[in-house]
Design a protein around this ligand. Structure first.
Ligand SMILES: C[S@@+](CC[C@H](N)C(=O)[O-])C[C@H]1O[C@@H](n2cnc3c(N)ncnc32)[C@H](O)[C@@H]1O
Length: 246
């Protein structure tokens, strides 16, 4: 399924439009360091690694080895080739890694793609060393008002209403022995300005934008362009949640 959604063109668009520039992730870099003991020699399991933006960032920021698990061949093909990143075909529900191999797991914008949250939780329990945290970066229903796409394309909140809620995720992961440790909203600078953000949008690379009607998309783009014209220097800042379980 993931392969049919993320074909070669969509994967290239994802890299262009959805990868957040590294210097826009300062708050995330700090928050992850606070939530997980990541030091050189540690191993991070990046589940649903996509085009590897976070795998590469984690390797560069913390000196860790990254096991990047990704089902879509077209996405895997774009993960940077680095001795610190091992790219593996697989899913969260059937992780292609040995028991107790990782010191933390990272799930970036992947929860809503999973077919079986409890199976994923069981697999993460198996793959992580005892006490190791699961770091989830996601948009959650009822907590997405500061997501830039929701701000300018308010109908995207309807797609997010169908995502697993914080309570549903915590309940599913509790079945595998994980408990909620922290939930924080964090900013990211998606582009230097709202105008640059509008220029970089690729509707096909984003399931929430794909779900809009053409009119809803055109209206949202017009709102975004108007905001960019009114505040040409305003940076494009969006917020997402970091949910930590251990
Ligand atoms: C929105 S992308 C996020 C990519 C990356 N984590 C990031 O933050 O840039 C979601 C990714 O999840 C992958 N995916 C879909 N189903 C999955 C599953 N069952 N297990 C793991 N990954 C999955 C998709 O192929 C896609 O690359």
């Amino acid at each position: 399924m993931a392969d049919s959604v993320y074909d070669r063109q969509t994967a290239a668009d994802y890299r262009t439009a959805r990868e957040v520039p590294r210097d826009g992730l300062t708050a995330w870099r700090q928050a992850v360091a606070e939530a997980a003991p990541l030091t050189p020699g540690s191993t991070v399991l990046d589940v649903g690694a996509g085009t590897g933006a976070f795998a590469a960032a984690f390797h560069d920021w913390y000196g860790v080895r990254v096991l990047a698990v990704e089902p879509a061949e077209a996405m895997r093909a774009l993960i940077p080739d680095s001795p610190g990143i091992e790219v593996l075909a697989g899913t969260a529900e059937a992780l292609p890694v040995p028991d107790g191999c990782a010191d933390a797991a990272w799930l970036g914008s992947v929860l809503h793609h999973l077919t079986d949250l409890e199976a994923a939780a069981r697999e993460l329990r198996r793959a992580l060393r005892p006490g190791a945290p699961v770091l989830i970066r996601n948009t959650f229903p009822g907590r997405c008002d500061r997501d830039l796409r929701v701000r300018y394309f308010p109908e995207t909140a309807r797609s997010i209403d169908g995502y697993p809620s914080v309570d549903q995720v915590c309940a599913a992961f509790a079945t595998a022995g994980f408990a909620r440790v922290a939930l924080r909203s964090l900013p990211q600078q998606s582009a230097p300005t709202l105008g640059a953000f509008a220029d970089g949008l690729r509707r096909e690379a984003d399931s929430k934008l794909r779900a809009l009607t053409d009119t809803q998309y055109a209206d949202g783009l017009a709102r975004l362009r108007a905001a960019a014209a009114a505040a040409p220097d305003e940076p494009a800042v969006s917020w997402m949640d970091l949910l930590v379980l251990a």
